[in-house]
Write a protein that binds this ligand. Structure first.
Ligand code: IDP
Ligand code: MG
Length: 140
């Protein structure tokens, strides 16, 4: 299987509880390698741009407010079939539906404050990586 990259965010509910290491450990144990990482406080413009695909959804405003409510850790992850591998370890969007052994089952507080973001396709992974990282910040 091909080694690919995906984009991850450890969300404000996780930075607030000081569990960025615990989340990253689960990513690493799932076979993903952190090849770029930085802690940032997203601006409203960044959050709105990043989640523009959801702009018509009823939760969009609340989501942008949540994502700017505290620091996040943005990461580039590398591994075999990275997008799907990351989605598998993240678990379902709603923690009530998330399988045992997933990050959201272990840590998510709610369907909104669900601890992690992960790209949903190779195409979006590239767009999302480029949104937050320059090539020189990614060291594989
Ligand atoms: P995903 O993060 O599992 O890919 P998406 O449908 O892409 O889920 O939604 C993006 C983010 O928007 C979710 O991770 C969650 O934080 C938030 N979200 C999704 N659905 C709802 C909802 O019904 N209510 C509140 N927030 C939601
Ligand atoms: Mg999504």
């Amino acid at each position: 299987m091909a080694v690919t990259r995906t984009f991850s965010i450890i969300k404000p509910d996780a930075t607030r509880r000081n569990i960025t290491g615990a989340v990253t450990k689960m990513l690493e144990e799932a076979g993903l390698r952190v090849v770029a990482s930085k802690r940032i406080h997203m601006t409203r413009d960044q959050a709105e741009g990043f989640y523009a695909v959801h702009s018509e959804r009823p939760f969009y405003n609340d989501l942008c407010a949540f994502m700017t409510s505290g620091p996040v850790v943005v990461q580039v992850l590398e591994g075999d079939n990275a997008v799907q591998r990351n989605r598998d370890v993240m678990g379902a969007t709603n923690p009530a539906d998330a399988a045992e052994g997933t990050i959201r089952k272990a840590f998510a507080e709610s369907i909104e404050a669900n601890s992690v973001h992960g790209s949903d396709s190779d195409e979006n992974a590239k767009i999302e990586i480029d949104f937050f990282f320059s090539q020189s910040e990614i060291v594989g």
